[in-house]
Design a protein around this ligand. Structure first.
Ligand code: FCB
Length: 446
């Protein structure tokens, strides 16, 4: 890859993980219960009855995991803080033992020459806040800002940049509309206030972080939306889907307004959730970067179900991952160009905060190296087209707890035996390590 198109000098190479997917140790050092602890106990909610109770035991094995990252030669490690380690019930004073853990991790990373890039919320809401309404409840946004301030007060002297939220779209749709993820609510369009309250939480937390001189990013799951045909009904459906998946979370941030959701019969106040001043806060200037999580494009046709203005159509003629997701590297290039065309000067620098694929249980994961090579090439072409991309974090360092799929989807550069916790680097690990070294040598020579 990237012989023809190299990434720019100073480009930052990383991996991503999330707290509930790797940490385990759910009852240790005062950690409170999160919605994922509860959801995993619901019969049938997670494949094979799996849970993150032990996961990769990263809470105890983090030194070994940092050693793996050092071997990769990473610049950046994107991970998330478990809110319930910092505030067990989502409010009130910090639990010092919880912050101690993240302090040890951050210090270990810095010692290894790796910049920590924490995400404050990767879907593990304190159960106590969910009991009060979760993201449907406006006060949760204020609680989040309080938590952000506590985390930044302890770690801000060593952690320069923070991601507020991970994929509010997926949390909204899977968690609140369809019930596939925690908290398992099936509200369909009535879930929309949970979109606004997440964005409000971002805005309030961003103000706290900026007041402490810190950089602020947000990571969205974005997908280029392709109409299934040129027929006007398919094109209209694709536009409606694009509004929900992409624009709902980037228009307010970058343009200060919600997209047109009239195809859903929803007005610009999202069922009354949007109050005066909220959009100013959400779009406050100074977003340091947009985190883009890209996995695949989406093909959309006219609706078949009267409840929604679109239907998802399969993408044929391309390889599919173990998860069944279509592999379309060009989609990343297309997505970044669309962002530039759509937002122009309002688009902040981009970091690809997630990109990767699940494979079956093999160490010889050539389909992963093919996936990564293809996407990095697409990314390099986007930078050659003038798009300001600062870094790339692949999902993920380790095989881990893949939400509703439990341990059945393996996304790691490193294989984890979940019985022994033994870590074994896969072929893609060596490939990524060598790629980073080669790119670094090239940019040093430029
Ligand atoms: C993303 C999530 C991440 C992981 C990958 C496969 O949507 O942010 O936690 O599950 O998908």
């Amino acid at each position: 890859m990237t012989d023809r198109h190299d990434l720019p000098a100073g480009f930052s190479w990383g991996v991503s993980t999330a707290a509930y997917q790797i940490e385990g140790a759910v009852d240790e050092d005062g950690r409170g219960r999160s919605i994922w602890d509860t959801f995993c106990e619901r019969p049938g909610a997670v494949k094979n009855g799996d849970s993150g109770r032990t996961a990769c035991d990263h809470y105890h094995r983090w030194p070994e995991d940092i050693a793996l990252m050092r071997e990769l030669g990473l610049d950046t490690y994107r991970f998330s803080l478990a809110w319930t380690r910092v505030q067990p019930t989502g409010r009130g004073p910090a639990n010092p033992a919880g912050l101690d853990f993240y302090e040890r991790l951050v210090d270990g990373l810095l010692e290894a020459g790796i910049t920590p890039l924490p995400t404050l919320f990767h879907w593990d809401l304190p159960q106590a806040l969910e009991d009060e309404g979760g993201w449907l409840h406006r006060d949760t946004a204020h609680r989040f800002a309080e938590y952000a301030a506590l985390a930044a007060d302890r770690l801000g002297d060593r952690v320069p940049a923070w991601i507020t939220l991970n994929e509010p779209f997926v949390h909204l749709v899977y968690g609140y509309a369809l019930g596939i993820h925690a908290p398992g609510r099936t509200l369909m369009l009535d879930a929309l206030p949970a979109a606004h309250h997440q964005l409000l939480a971002h805005g309030l937390a961003a103000a706290e972080l900026r007041a402490r001189g810190l950089d602020v990013l947000i990571a969205n799951n974005l997908t280029p939306v392709r109409p299934a045909s040129d027929a006007p009904e398919d094109r209209a459906a694709a536009e409606a889907y694009d509004a929900l998946h992409n624009r709902l979370f980037t228009d307010p941030l970058l343009l200060g307004r919600y997209p047109d959701l009239s195809a859903y019969g929803v007005g610009p106040d999202l069922h009354g959730a949007v109050l005066d001043g909220d959009l100013d806060l959400i779009s406050a200037p100074g977003l340091s970067g947009l985190g883009v999580n890209y996995y695949n494009p989406t093909r959309i046709a006219a609706p078949t179900d009267p409840g929604l203005p679109f239907a998802e159509a399969p993408i044929d003629g391309v390889p599919h991952t173990h998860f069944g997701w279509p592999v379309v590297p060009e989609g990343l290039h297309e997505l970044l160009l669309t962002l530039r065309d759509r937002y122009g000067a309002a688009l902040p620098p981009i970091t690809v905060t997630e990109n990767g694929c699940s494979t079956d249980d093999t160490l010889d994961d050539t389909s992963r190296t093919d996936y990564l090579a293809g996407h990095l090439d697409a990314l390099a072409r986007a930078t050659a087209d003038g798009i300001d991309v600062r870094g790339y974090c692949t999902w993920s360092l380790l095989d881990n707890f893949e939400w509703a799929e439990g341990y059945s989807q393996r996304f790691g550069l490193v294989h984890v035996d979940f019985t022994t916790q033994r870590r074994t680097p896969k072929a893609s690990f060596a490939w990524y390590r060598d790629l980073i070294a080669a790119q670094r040598a090239k940019s040093a020579g430029r």
